[in-house]
Design a protein around this ligand. Structure first.
Ligand code: FES
Length: 521
């Protein structure tokens, strides 16, 4: 928002601080300002779920009005924002295009096809058009009737008024403010406790690679929300984006229905950021090893939740997996989160191949589709979409200098959207390997890092350029191209860091490596 013409971050500005001052949101800027900015974001794929974009557009409008368009101005400006979907590069491209709209020589696009690709990648319906960057994508909490009761999760230790089928206790109010006052706020905080991988390595085959990870927060930006009338159908919390699988089993919809039926009134269920972190599913931690021997890779591992599924992407390589379930205190986990389990096994297989010095081009055999995407790594998503990646890390400085990706998701439908998803997945993979983690109390399993700034998500200024080549498959469009990119980039990052460190990190995030330190600068 603009406060007396200056951009301010609305989500952390107390209303009392702006009493008596002039406030302008994106809606107040008018079409002549809104539309060129929104069109630039659509043209580059700089907006996916769209939750972060209206704030960025307001910030840009303020900068442009003051003719502050030097790269340093824009870098500083974007540092105030968070985008989990796009990986920033397409946002930077949109900024460049908005500054100089004459540069847009793009071919006309079929935005219905673009929306179909977005749905295939995001796992839920997603609109592609001017309305998304303008904030009108239809988020569940925006569509709730104003007179609905509001239910918020009870913080630990406070009294509840209703319990839903998933065991979450809710506090009800006439308004959000009322409900939150009565519930008491779980204060957002960043812990000083280390985010240590919780599982010990199982007995290991000797001579291979090993990897331990911790719980990983998906970090989607739009907190879970729903609403429902008595005996009605709950509003989906996935109105414009899939939250990387993090809302697939969100309790807010079923809870809204149960509470509406109990109370005889429409009920709106709303998570705060801290609730998402406390109650939402995480990528399961693992501890595993992999060794390449006699034409096969043997993996032994352990994790909470279901054993991961994986098939060797190489014709000339068998993969044998022994996996055990571990019961440890911690937040809920879900294998619905982006390629969870499969990406970990891809990383282990690619690490073992690297450690053995095997030539991947020989392992691929006659598989033309895999050969077409193969770079330094190869990953295949559950859908059959595949990707290869190469990650450059400067030997002297440790800076991740660039990421190269090839992706085959069948018919791309819309290269702009597929490219945007691929860059977003590369950004997430880099963070997973080098910087992302949340601290969890080892005794109680309680999540201790409760602010989105504490997750270690790679900042815009630290994101290296990503070069994406879309390899058109000859079949129909398949989902999961970005899942394959995520796994391929994670594997390539781990291998590149092992090469320049001279020793392979055994944990994610590999926070003590030079590459990780350079990302945090
Ligand atoms: Fe930025 Fe989704 S488009 S958070």
């Amino acid at each position: 928002m603009l406060v007396d013409g200056d951009a301010r971050v609305a989500c952390v500005t107390p209303a009392a601080r702006i009493a008596g001052r002039s406030v302008t949101t994106l809606a107040g800027l008018g079409p002549s300002v809104q539309e060129p900015l929104a069109d630039a974001f659509v043209a580059t794929g700089g907006s996916q779920c769209g939750f972060c974009t209206p704030g960025i557009l307001v910030r840009l409008a303020a900068l442009f009005a003051k003719h502050k368009i030097a790269p340093a101005d824009l870098e500083r400006a974007l540092a105030a924002h968070l985008c989990r979907c796009t990986g920033w590069q397409t946002i930077t491209e949109a900024v460049d295009l908005a500054r100089d709209p004459g540069r847009d020589g793009a071919e006309p696009r079929d935005l219905m096809a673009a929306a179909r690709r977005a749905e295939l990648e995001g796992g839920s319906p997603q609109g592609v058009g001017r309305w998304t960057p303008l904030g009108d994508a239809g988020f569940a909490d925006d569509t709730a009737p104003r007179d609905a009761l509001v239910a918020v999760p009870r913080p630990p230790g406070s009294a509840a008024e209703a319990v839903d089928a998933s065991g979450i206790a809710w506090v009800i109010g006439e308004t959000l403010d009322d409900a939150r006052r009565r519930a008491g706020k779980v204060q957002g905080r960043r812990s000083t406790v280390a985010d240590t991988p919780p599982l010990p390595f199982p007995d290991l085959p000797t001579g291979g690679v090993r990897l331990a990870t911790s719980w990983v927060e998906p970090g989607y930006l739009e907190p879970d929300a729903s609403w429902c009338q008595p005996a009605g159908t709950p509003a989906t919390p996935l109105a414009n984006g899939g939250a990387f699988g993090g809302k697939t089993e969100s309790p807010v919809g079923p809870a809204a229905r149960i509470l509406a039926d109990q109370l005889g009134r429409t009920v709106r269920t709303v998570f705060a950021r801290e609730d998402v972190v406390r109650l939402g599913p995480k990528r399961p931690p693992i501890a595993a090893s992999a060794v390449a021997e006699a034409g096969r890779v043997v993996i032994r591992g352990v994790s909470p939740g279901a054993a991961p599924s994986y098939e060797s992407p190489y014709e000339g390589l068998a993969v044998a997996i022994e996996w055990a379930a571990a019961a440890i205190p911690g937040p809920p986990v879900s294998t619905a989160l982006r390629a969870a389990g499969r990406a970990e096994l891809t990383v282990l297989v690619e690490g073992a191949i690297d450690a053995a010095g095997w030539d991947r081009s020989e392992l691929v055999g006659s598989d033309d589709r895999s050969r077409a995407v193969l770079l330094d790594t190869l990953a295949v998503a559950e859908s059959g979409a595949r990707a290869g990646a190469r990650v450059g890390v400067d030997d002297t400085t440790g800076i991740v200098s660039g990421i190269e990706v090839r992706v085959d998701a069948g018919d791309p439908l819309d290269p702009v959207v597929l490219r945007s998803y691929a860059i977003g997945a590369a950004h997430m993979a880099l963070g997973w390997v080098l910087s992302e983690g949340i601290a969890v109390d080892p005794e109680t399993g309680e999540v201790l890092d409760l602010t989105i700034r504490s997750f270690g998500i790679v900042r815009p200024k630290s994101m290296p350029p990503v070069l994406v080549e879309i390899v058109p498959g000859d079949g129909p469009a398949v989902p999961g191209g970005s899942d394959a990119v995520f796994a391929a980039v994670a594997a390539a990052t781990w291998n590149a860091v092992a090469r320049i460190e001279g020793v392979r990190p055994e944990r994610f995030p590999a926070a003590e490596t030079r590459a990780a330190r350079m990302l945090r600068r």
